[in-house]
Design a protein around this ligand. Structure first.
Ligand SMILES: Cc1ncc(COP(=O)(O)O)c(C=O)c1O
Length: 389
């Protein structure tokens, strides 16, 4: 089945729901069993992981979303979580114990970093940050106690593309599990399990939901064994999204292919236009020819979403504020992947440790929404006039 067809048909079961085309919202805590033996049977074998047992294990609505995303990613099974961040933290927590070591990409989403430094460190798990461009040389950083190699490609602030197959091959030679935050590419533009990844993470809050109205995560595992470990972990942490949010995420998924094609086209238009501006030192977008990550992106990805960075010539914060504060459509806000355009200061300088960000110039992150690209470019052009004062 092609992805566009899967987007339309995955996670539906009309035959068991009066012919209703969408999976209904099942709200549940208690699930009744007719007999004691039926109650016990709910916790046995596959039913423990995929059956309806109790609300905190998920309902048919939760499973419909998880299964749809697992199918798109190409994994054995997926678990839906309460947020994109909890999808990350559950995946990390599932595979480490006291004394273990994690290799974490230096360009990672900042709260992932904070979780390692502030939380996992308290439980005796050590994290080493590595240069996103390290490639197969990551082997030199792997220790006997390294359990996880975590990737985010491209990095969601500075957009370096990682050589995932080379990193995964090195990690697997030493028995480490490869985790990838695949939110930028979505399961449509990067197939993690074809490139050596073991566990793929989606902040479903972004392009999957697509409408800036909910927070949710999905973690997909390459094998059944990894999936079960994830499921056990999320249950024990009590991490479960509400069924209404699962329903909305599934609804978003239906149009994700169409939205992403438009996002991609408009992002390319805006990025090319920005690249040609004298106020712009660099556009950080691997889909642009000439970007340092372009060759790897062409080799491994089938498309680009609409989140990219811009390094300005100026570092003058007051001038940048004049430009950004006056945008009509690029509103200032965290998150991305929704229908609307956004802008955010990136400030990678203060964050990095393994590969410090030294480029001069103010860094902004743009999310290109579904507005008409001509209006967006006019908005950007007006902004440069304000920048010039
Ligand atoms: C790359 C990446 N991963 C994970 C997350 C976390 O997602 P959520 O906001 O749903 O917790 C974000 C949020 O911005 C993100 O950018």
């Amino acid at each position: 089945m092609k992805d566009d067809t899967r987007l339309v048909h995955a996670g539906k079961d009309p035959e068991h729901h009066y012919g209703i085309v969408n999976m209904p919202v099942y709200r549940a805590s208690t699930v009744l069993s007719p007999t004691l033996s039926a109650f016990k049977a709910r916790a046995e074998g596959d039913r423990k992981y995929r059956g309806v047992r109790y609300g905190a294990y998920g309902t048919p609505t939760t499973f419909a979303l998880a299964d749809a995303v697992a199918g798109l990613e190409g994994g054995a099974g997926a678990v839906a979580t309460a947020s994109g961040l909890s999808a990350v933290t559950m995946a990390l927590a599932a595979f480490v114990r006291q004394g273990d070591h994690i290799l974490m990409v230096d360009s990672v989403y900042s709260p992932t970093r904070e979780f390692c430094d502030a939380m996992l460190a308290r439980f005796g798990v050590e994290t080493t940050y590595y240069d996103p461009l390290i490639g197969e040389s990551i082997e030199g950083l792997i220790r006997p106690e390294t359990r996880i190699v975590f990737c985010e490609s491209p990095g969601s602030l500075t957009f370096e593309v990682q050589d995932i197959p080379a990193i995964a091959a090195a990690a697997h030679r030493h028995g480490a599990v490869v985790l990838l935050d695949n939110t930028w590419a979505t399961p449509l533009f990067f197939k993690p399990f074809d490139h050596g990844v073991d566990v793929s993470i989606q902040a479903g809050t972004k392009y999957i939901s697509g409408h800036s109205d909910l927070v949710i995560g999905i973690v997909t595992a390459r094998t059944e064994e990894l999936f079960r470990r994830l499921k056990d972990t999320t249950f024990l942490f009590g991490d479960i999204p509400g069924p209404d949010d699962c329903y909305l995420a599934l609804r978003g998924l239906r149009s994700m292919g169409a939205r992403l094609r438009r996002h991609q086209e408009s992002a390319m238009t805006a990025a090319r236009w920005l690249q040609a501006r004298p106020e712009v030192r660099r556009v950080l977008f691997p889909a642009l020819p000439g970007d340092p990550g372009h060759d790897l992106w062409r080799r491994d990805f089938t498309g680009a979403s609409s989140l990219f960075g811009v390094v300005l010539e100026t570092g003058d914060e007051a001038a940048v504020a004049r430009m950004v504060d006056g945008y009509r459509y690029f509103k200032i806000g965290a998150s991305w992947g929704g229908y609307e355009s956004l802008v955010l200061p990136a400030n990678p300088k203060g964050v990095r440790t393994a590969a410090p960000w030294t480029a001069p110039g103010y860094v902004l992150r743009f999310h290109v929404g579904l507005e008409d690209p001509e209006d967006l470019i006019a908005d950007l052009a007006d902004g440069f006039m304000r920048l010039a004062g």
